[in-house]
Design a protein around this ligand. Structure first.
Ligand code: MG
Ligand code: MG
Length: 629
């Protein structure tokens, strides 16, 4: 299976696109005609760039409105095809991709289409070229791969083959049974795209919302299973039209593309048990058992203030690193590290991002296998020097250049607290009420969201919740949660398109994407609040109106209402399940805060309360109003 990507997927000039495609280690490229038209040079020059980058042009596309034309248009489309073959010759490409006619001038009738393709096949064959036919989901007469296959079959010409495109097939919900019976040598090209499920016309859906496999909701695996049944092992190419990709970095999008194909083919192997030719075997997606630690990078002054808050929240200083200026603050199963190092990764992260979370460590079954999988998925591994006798904990680069560490039992990495840290004596018995990390929320540019969803989903054994739109006073924030089966790892990803949302302000103030808040779990929210009050920790004030509305909506008793209101607790219900949330103020310069939650048989995230919380935080974050004279 040779993997490729279409230039139409990426932003930039043709040269920038090709460089990004080569950097992402693709070997094949589909040249989209518009990219060649806007290229500042001849097709021959483009061919040289492509060859110098070690790439091969697998197809030139698209050739539109071809089959079924009446005369005199018919003569004109054949003359147009001859000119495309000229360009392809200069470009060193032997396959022209023809998509089904959408012109109102086209006349239906399969025999007419068959005759046209036979003649086009003759023309192509004379020049040592081939043509491949794709049914567009919105084609005028042919919009189903089964009809396109019937045309190809009856044209019965060695230079005429079929293009299968997962979007056109799955968007219409076309039955996949017929696909399994297509002879593999008659399929000249397979194009892969996923998409979110949307109610709209096929054309707009395809042109703006396609995404890489694994990023959307179409049953791409079903399509691949049917394709595998044919024995097809030739060109597999990504063809994605997406506004976010065209706004993003070409290099990052190309890398995501390749990662998505590796992940898709690995899933295919796992589903059918049949190895995919040319694909490396990957270790399984890493099963996570929890968050081992979260590490903050800060300078002395801010670290001192932050640690006072941690103590107020019930954390205890439970360890000091043997060779680094790193302290371990512990409560329940939560470990927060405060790193004050003046060199190394955390320090450089602090310089570029300010005081912020620089790393998250996940508990996995086998850390080395996890990193091996990450490397095969083209993720970026990270290692830094460790002191003598200390553990070398493997990591990969995550959101905003932060690190994702992996700790396990298999390689003894779970001994890190004994090996790398000294525990101060005596340890007081724990009095804090917090038990664990409920979820970690990462904010990012809207364009990056699909990147990180794919990163987590391809590496870890997690599922994703549907996308939610959360109303922030400054605009809409898109939110999606990645979580493992038992909920011991939950990561909320938030992407904002507006410059005015709190998520956006966070991005500007911490100089890029990162952890904006951590939600800590408690078994008793009201006992926790009493303790925080005693410790002088200030919590976010919730406006009166919220409680009036809550009372009207849920019909809680007066006593229950008073308890929520007096303690600034946000509340939600899901069947008989209940959810309680409180928030600290902003604790770091960029706007980082803690949330504390109590779940009672509740699996959501209090999305209904998010606008209230965001409005309350926005009031805090806004400069005071100018007094009127
Ligand atoms: Mg296509
Ligand atoms: Mg939250």
């Amino acid at each position: 299976m040779q993997t490729a990507i279409a230039t139409v997927c990426l932003s930039g000039t043709l040269r920038e696109k090709l460089e990004a495609i080569a950097a992402a280690r693709f070997t094949g490229v589909e040249i989209f005609e518009n990219d060649l038209l806007s290229f500042n040079g001849s097709p021959k020059e483009a061919r040289n760039i492509i060859a110098d980058l070690g790439l091969k042009t697998i197809t030139f596309q698209p050739f539109r409105d071809f089959e079924g034309m009446p005369e005199p248009q018919r003569a004109r489309v054949f003359a147009r095809a001859e000119r495309k073959f000229d360009v392809m010759q200069e470009l060193d490409c032997d396959l022209l991709m023809v998509c089904s006619n959408v012109s109102p001038e086209a006349i239906g009738g399969i025999e007419r289409a068959v005759a046209d393709f036979h003649e086009l096949g003759e023309m192509a064959a004379k020049r040592g070229m081939r043509v491949a036919f794709e049914a567009l989901a919105w084609g005028r007469h042919i919009n189903d791969y089964r009809d396109a296959w019937e045309v190809v079959r009856r044209a019965n010409h060695p230079a005429v083959g079929l293009v299968l495109d997962s979007f056109h097939t799955l968007a219409r919900g076309t039955d996949l049974k017929a696909l399994r019976a297509v002879p593999k040598d008659r399929i000249f090209l397979v194009q892969i795209a996923d998409a979110p499920k949307l109610e709209m016309d096929y054309l707009s859906w395809s042109r703006h919302y396609r995404c890489f496999p694994g990023q959307g909701e179409l049953p791409v695996q079903d399509f691949m299973v049917a394709l595998q049944a044919t024995g097809y092992d030739d060109l597999l190419s990504l063809e994605i039209f997406n506004d976010r990709f065209r706004a993003g970095s070409a290099r990052s999008v190309a890398l995501d593309g390749h990662r998505s194909l590796i992940y898709m083919l690995d899933e295919l192997r796992a589903t059918t048990g049949v190895p995919v030719p040319g694909q490396a075997l990957l270790p399984d997606r890493a099963r996570c058992a929890g968050v081992e630690f979260v590490e903050f990078a800060m300078e002395e002054g801010e670290a001192g203030r932050f640690e006072k808050v941690l103590a107020g929240l019930g954390f205890q200083l439970s360890g000091v690193h043997r060779s680094k200026a790193v302290k371990r603050w512990r409560q329940g199963s939560i470990n927060l590290l405060v790193n004050r190092e003046k060199e190394g990764f955390a320090h450089s992260y602090n310089i570029t991002h300010g005081a912020a979370v620089c790393a998250i460590a996940l508990q996995v079954e086998d850390a080395n296998a996890t990193v091996d999988r990450a490397i095969k998925l083209l993720d970026q591994p990270f290692r830094q020097a460790v002191g003598p006798g200390e553990l070398d904990i493997p990591a990969v680069r995550g959101v905003g250049g932060s690190l994702l560490y992996f700790v396990d039992q298999a390689n003894g990495l779970n001994r890190l607290w004994d090996v790398d840290f000294v525990t101060p004596e005596p340890q007081k018995p724990q009095s804090g009420k917090l038990t664990g990390i409920d979820h970690i929320s990462q904010s990012m540019e809207y364009e990056e969201m699909l990147t990180w969803l794919l990163f987590y989903a391809s590496l870890l054994d997690v599922s994703k919740t549907p996308t939610l739109d959360v109303l922030d006073p400054g605009g809409v924030v898109q939110s999606q949660v990645i979580q493992n089966a038992d909920g011991s790892v939950r990561l909320a990803l938030n992407g904002s398109q507006s410059r005015q949302t709190l998520a956006s302000r966070f991005l500007n103030e911490v100089f890029g994407s990162g952890v904006q808040h951590i939600a800590l779990a408690t078994d008793d929210i009201f006992a926790t609040i009493a303790q925080l009050r005693e410790n002088g920790v200030e919590m976010l004030q919730i406006p009166e109106n919220y409680y009036d509305d809550l009372e009207a909506r849920l019909g809680l008793s007066d006593a229950e209402m008073a308890r929520l209101r007096d303690n600034n607790v946000l509340y939600d219900r899901e069947g008989t399940g209940e959810f309680f949330q409180i928030y600290t103020g902003n604790l770091l310069e960029g706007g980082f805060f803690f949330e504390i939650v109590e779940r009672r048989a509740y699996s959501g995230f209090g999305a209904v309360n998010a606008p209230i919380r965001l409005a309350a935080q926005t009031r805090l974050a806004s400069p005071p109003a100018i007094p009127r004279h």
